[in-house]
Design a protein around this ligand. Structure first.
Ligand SMILES: [Zn+2]
Length: 419
């Protein structure tokens, strides 16, 4: 059973990753012909499993296996098939393939469920092409900002609205992709971890407790540029040295929050005028703070402001801190987390519980119905990169857990319980 499942999953993964394959990585960007092609393949695979398939108004592919109860809300499994530029073979794909495999197994055992089961391939999850992420699941939850879609452009100047029209979508119909809460009983996403924690702790599955939302700042430090040879150390207003103190403050403050697993990063820093013989007069940098605990994030923000005030006083610089975004973290449904833990136990897996640092379709779906997010290992935590790797064995372990939780949620009819 295990080896048959392995072969099948491997074949489907390979068929999917034959689309958009380049020697620099996978390229199936949102609303391109490659994304369309992979959605067509997914449709074909779902039809082979006797599912009913429809494409909604934003381009999500929704495949459905009917339940015994008519018009009952569906238990949905989903993730995405689009990729970033030079992406990997597992991000998103793992969750869609897992959903298909669960359906295949239920079909194999001739199992009927009380509730219908859906497998959803969300469109445009990655922000790589247009700078906006989770387009499909946002539309499904009625929170895609339709009036501003034309402002998103790809690097060749194509707007998101043009790309959507070229993909055959009618913009006026996009709001119809919104589903009501009564249509869905639960949503589960299986995703690769995109971090090294599972591998480091030699665990197979993590259950996400929530999805950390970023709070972001753009910071500008203004000092005075001057000649590096002619300006004595006492007379400098070095913007980079002041900025460096802030970078260290951010790191130190975040380290103190390790119990809450809050993280903070400075990933962008530009120095002006940027010459070896000039004391830096201005530095622009950006801070990204993520966590599930609002107070914990707030303490890092406070440390940043405190340190800025001290630096302005002691170093003769002015510091401007602009908040770019402050999103609410999403806490995931406790009962679903317990169900996932129980399902892990049934297949002898001892799961980790961790927050998700990255955003996923699950964070939108959590507004529609009780939602769960589970992770399987990513080798060395590498993701959004051609070297992204998850072994088939790890994927199968994740699918085994997913199958258990779906059986429980969709309620396998008692008289035909089989394994
Ligand atoms: Zn993803």
């Amino acid at each position: 059973m295990h080896s048959i499942s392995k072969g099948r999953v491997k074949r489907i993964l390979e068929a999917i990753n034959a689309i958009g394959y380049t020697k620099n990585g996978m390229e199936r960007l949102a609303f391109t012909k490659e994304e369309q092609e992979v959605k067509n393949l997914f449709t074909k695979l779902c039809l082979e499993e006797n599912m009913e398939v429809r494409v909604d108004e934003v381009g999500n592919v929704i495949a459905r296996r009917e339940g015994v109860r008519k018009n009952a809300p569906a238990v949905a499994i989903g993730s995405h098939l689009d990729t970033v530029y030079t992406g990997g073979q597992y991000d998103g794909v793992a969750g869609v393939v897992a959903g298909l495999e669960v359906i295949h197994r239920l079909n194999d055992y001739h199992i009927e469920t009380e509730f219908p089961i859906e497998v959803i391939a969300f469109t445009g999850e990655e922000s790589a092409r247009f700078g906006i992420s989770t387009i499909g699941s946002k539309a499904m939850c009625g929170k895609l900002p339709l009036s501003s879609l034309h402002t998103y452009k790809d690097k060749s100047g194509v707007t998101l609205t043009d790309a959507m029209q070229q993909a055959g979508l009618k913009l006026n119909d996009v709001p119809k992709a919104k589903r009501s809460q009564s249509e869905l009983k639960a949503f589960i996403e299986l995703h690769i971890e995109q971090g090294p924690e599972l591998e480091n702790k030699r665990k197979s599955v993590a259950i996400a407790t929530g999805i950390a939302a970023p709070t972001r700042f753009a910071i500008s430090v203004n000092g005075m540029s001057s000649h590096s040879g002619a300006t004595s150390m006492e007379l400098r207003n070095d913007a980079l040295v002041a900025a460096s103190h802030l970078v260290l403050t951010v790191e130190e403050a975040a380290r103190k929050e390790s119990a809450s697993k809050t993280v903070a990063t400075v990933g962008v820093l530009d120095v002006f005028p940027g010459a070896m013989n000039v004391v830096p007069g201005r530095v622009e940098f950006q801070v990204d703070i993520r966590g599930l605990n609002r107070q914990s994030k707030e303490r890092i923000v406070e440390a940043l402001f405190r340190s800025s005030a001290v630096l302005e006083k002691n170093r003769g610089v002015t510091i401007r801190i602009e908040k770019l975004s402050d999103e609410q973290p999403v806490l995931l449904n406790k009962e679903i987390q317990q169900m996932l833990a129980l399902s892990c136990e049934e297949v002898s897996i001892d799961p980790l519980s961790i927050p998700s640092g990255a955003g996923h379709d699950a964070m939108n779906m959590a507004e529609l119905c009780p939602t769960g997010l589970m992770f399987i290992p990513s080798h060395k935590g590498i993701s959004h990169h051609p070297l992204e790797y998850t072994s088939i064995d790890d994927l199968i372990k994740g699918i085994n857990v997913l199958e258990k939780v779906i059986r429980r949620l969709a309620m396998v009819k008692e008289r035909n319980v089989a394994t």
